[in-house]
Structure formats: structure tokens, C-alpha cells
Ligand binder design. Structure first.
Ligand SMILES: [Zn+2]
Length: 244
């Protein structure tokens, strides 16, 4: 059985920097050690621009959303995302099923922008967990057009999150449903490529939802062959909540 690694002892010195985020200029005072964990991009910017951001110890991020950056910083300090199903503070990213997928998609893209693989992988796990768990009426919820557009606009070709979106539609939703949405053109191209490959391989593409209910490292970013063990933890968590 995989165990969560013990969190590293927090280094709470007085070495702080300030992020000023969004149009409303929300301030976040952050330990420099947490900035390093949150993003190599931010760490390098604070280090290299000693004449500007470094000396002032302030960086302005006008194009980012404060709640999304807050989640990135939360992850840097705590080492995990809030639990989608039990933690109240998750409502900050979306308080209905579709809104939560849109929020998770935004989190993934901020992880992409600031190059935090662990954060991206954790966001993928939250989406996989959400895909797998039925609501009180027994229905499953899937990411819809806005979440797919957010992912496709905020990630490069070949992204694991793009692959997850495609696989959800190939294995979970069924291609027939895509006509109901206005989707991203690159998503349609990836979907057709995935379906073509499956048909050429002789695989039956639909009604294989269980493929999505078994979380794995397939959608994570780490060295090939490496397994972070989160699939086992997620499966246990999902089995405890809903019949598969
Ligand atoms: Zn993994």
C-alpha cells in the first residue's frame, strides 16, 4: 500500500516576497522557499531581476487570477490540493460540477504557465477523481466545452491534460455527444485522431468507461516508467465513496 510521503518541515523564515495578482491587485506575501516550490519561473524571475523585482521583492502578475494563484501557493505550502469532495475551501474554484471542471482546467493551465509538474499532476488526479465519482442522483459529470477550451488554450500540443480531455470523450462520454457542444478545433482533431487509432487497432472505443475509473500515472508528467503511487491512493478514495 502506498503511503503519502511525510510533508517536509516548513521553512518559515522572514525571507518574504510579494506577488501582486490580477486587475484588482490582490497582494500575497509569500516565503521565498514557497516561491521556489510553486514555480521555477517565479523563482528565477525573483533571482535574476535583483535590480528590479528582487530588490523591491515584489512581482506584479496582472494577467493572472488571484484565486488560481492562491491554489498554486496553497499547494506549494501544503503539498496537496484541497479535497474536492470534502473541503469547503474548494468552492473558491467553482461551486457546481461544470464550474469545478472549469476551475480545475484553470489550475492546470497556471501549472503549465509556471512549470509546476506536481501541481499539474495533482490537478489531473482531482479531475480523474471527479470523473469517477457519481453525484447523489447517481450521475457522472464530465468536463464540458468551457473546460476543454481552457485546457486547449493554455497547454501545448501533446499535453497530458489534452489527452485526458480526449480520452474522457472517447471512453466516457461517447463521440455522439460532441455535436452538442461548440468545441476547440484542436480538440476535435485530437479526438478524431484518437478514434481513428482505436478503430485501426481493432479496439471497441465506447462503453469502456472503466478505463477512466482506474486512475494511473498515464496523465501525469514524470519520467517514463516512473509511478508516483497516486493512482492507488485515488482508487482507494474513489472506491470508498461510490460504486465503480
Ligand atoms: Zn504519477
Amino acid at each position: 500500500m502506498a503511503h503519502l510521503p511525510a510533508p517536509a518541515l516548513l521553512q518559515l523564515s522572514n525571507d518574504m516576497v510579494k506577488l501582486v495578482v490580477g486587475k484588482g491587485r490582490k497582494d500575497f506575501l509569500v516565503h521565498r522557499t514557497a516561491i521556489a516550490k510553486a514555480s521555477p519561473v517565479l523563482q528565477a524571475a525573483f533571482r535574476s531581476n535583483t535590480w528590479k523585482e528582487g530588490r523591491a521583492r515584489t512581482m506584479v502578475l496582472p494577467d493572472d487570477d488571484p484565486e488560481t494563484i492562491q491554489m498554486l501557493l496553497h499547494f506549494a505550502y501544503v503539498g496537496r490540493l484541497p479535497n474536492l469532495n470534502t473541503d469547503d475551501d474548494y468552492s473558491s474554484i467553482g461551486n457546481d460540477h461544470r464550474g469545478q471542471y472549469d476551475g480545475l482546467a484553470r489550475l492546470y493551465c497556471v501549472g503549465e504557465k509556471y512549470q509546476n509538474k506536481d501541481f499539474k499532476n495533482a490537478t489531473i488526479d482531482a479531475m480523474l477523481s471527479k470523473v469517477a465519482i457519481r453525484d447523489n442522483e447517481g450521475s457522472r459529470w464530465f468536463p464540458s466545452s468551457p473546460a476543454i477550451k481552457i485546457i486547449y488554450n493554455g497547454t501545448p500540443e501533446g499535453s497530458k491534460a489534452r489527452k485526458l480531455m480526449v480520452d474522457i470523450y472517447v471512453y466516457g462520454v461517447g463521440a455522439a455527444n460532441i455535436v452538442a457542444y461548440t468545441l476547440h478545433l484542436d480538440f476535435i482533431k485530437d479526438l478524431i485522431a484518437a478514434l481513428t487509432k482505436i478503430l485501426l487497432d481493432g479496439e471497441i472505443p465506447f462503453f469502456r468507461e472503466e478505463r477512466l475509473w482506474i486512475p494511473s500515472c498515464e496523465y501525469h508528467e514524470h519520467a517514463s516508467g516512473e509511478c508516483c503511487g497516486s493512482g492507488e491512493r485515488l482508487t482507494k478514495d474513489i472506491r470508498g465513496r461510490t460504486p465503480l
